[in-house]
Design a protein around this ligand. Structure first.
Ligand code: NAD
Length: 270
């Protein structure tokens, strides 16, 4: 946490972090940045085997609530949000950093290789779960609030092997806009961060990952990998009062890769 700029931008705010798997998770960088700015954090984790890694991390940032919650299980979503309502009574922010697909469908042909069942499961876990969590969280945000989800450029452009996850990210970004529209009148802001490739458990599932990292690094205007701290800083902006007036936005934090139509020739020499 010492690496994250300290301050009091989040002092007095309480929020839920969904999607920490281990210390490399994007949600963990965001959590550390929010804590360094004074936020009080609750965490959810997928299942018992994830708990072993998540609990020590959550305890290291003094989290009072560490709850099991598989987003496909309504009873677990009911339980997690009921506990937050009971212990805290209200929420100020939500971080949704969850995605899943069958990794055998993250390679080769999208049109030939996508099954009905995995299409549905990917949409459910990677897109609908944000709609569901946002709806539940909004009921605890009577004083206003802010929500952030994590997306990727594969929603807007085709990226080799990203396949069905790109389609789910397109649904997630459209959902972000609709949720922002619905909840805006109540003073709730809802945004997405489109992060460049970062080495995490989820990214390890994408075949040709190495090529993806080097291509992004070489072609991006900044000629660097996306820094998780930059993503955490963007989340701090969107979740704190600094982000006032910003809603329904997809903020790219990817070393500028998304603006490049055609990379410079010399940039492509590794
Ligand atoms: P990660 O593997 O650390 O996080 C993914 C999380 O999703 C894990 O904590 C996992 O437990 C959780 N999850 C999966 N299925 C779940 C379920 N049914 N219920 C509850 N939780 C479930 O990887 P990450 O890269 O930090 O991914 C976080 C988010 O960032 C994802 O939405 C991902 O698509 C997005 N993202 C990642 C990158 C990248 O390059 N790593 C880039 C852009 C966006």
């Amino acid at each position: 946490m010492s690496d994250f700029p300290k301050g009091d931008l989040m002092a007095g705010k309480r929020g839920l972090i969904m999607g920490v798997a281990n210390k490399n998770s994007i949600a963990w960088s965001i959590a550390q940045q929010l804590r360094a700015q004074g936020a009080e954090l609750a965490f959810t984790y997928l299942n018992e085997s994830m708990e072993r890694r998540v609990r020590p991390l959550a305890e290291s940032v003094d989290a009072p609530l560490i709850l099991e919650c598989d987003v496909t299980q309504d009873t677990q979503m009911d339980g997690a949000f009921a506990t937050i309502a009971e212990k805290w009574g209200s929420l100020d922010f939500l971080v949704h950093s969850i995605a899943f697909t069958d990794r055998t469908e993250l390679e080769g042909s999208f049109v030939e290789g996508t099954t009905r069942q995995n299409f549905k499961d990917t949409m459910d876990i990677s897109a609908f779960s944000f709609v569901d969590a946002a709806n539940r969280a909004s009921k605890l945000m009577s004083e206003g609030g802010s929500m952030v989800t994590l997306t990727y450029l594969g929603s807007e452009r085709t990226i080799p092997n990203y396949n069905v996850m790109g389609v789910a990210k397109a649904a997630l970004e459209a959902s972000t806009r609709y949720i922002a529209r619905d909840l805006g009148p109540a003073g709730l802001r809802v945004n997405a961060i489109s992060a460049g490739p970062i080495k995490t458990l989820a990214a390890a599932g994408i075949s040709s990952g190495r090529h993806m990292f080097s291509f992004n690094r070489n072609a991006s205007p900044l000629r660097q990998d996306t820094d998780p701290k930059g993503v955490a800083g963007a989340a701090l902006y969107l979740l704190s009062d600094l982000g006032a007036s910003c809603t329904g936005e997809v903020l790219h934090v990817d070393a500028g890769f998304h603006i490049v139509g055609m990379p410079d020739e010399e940039a492509m020499v590794d």
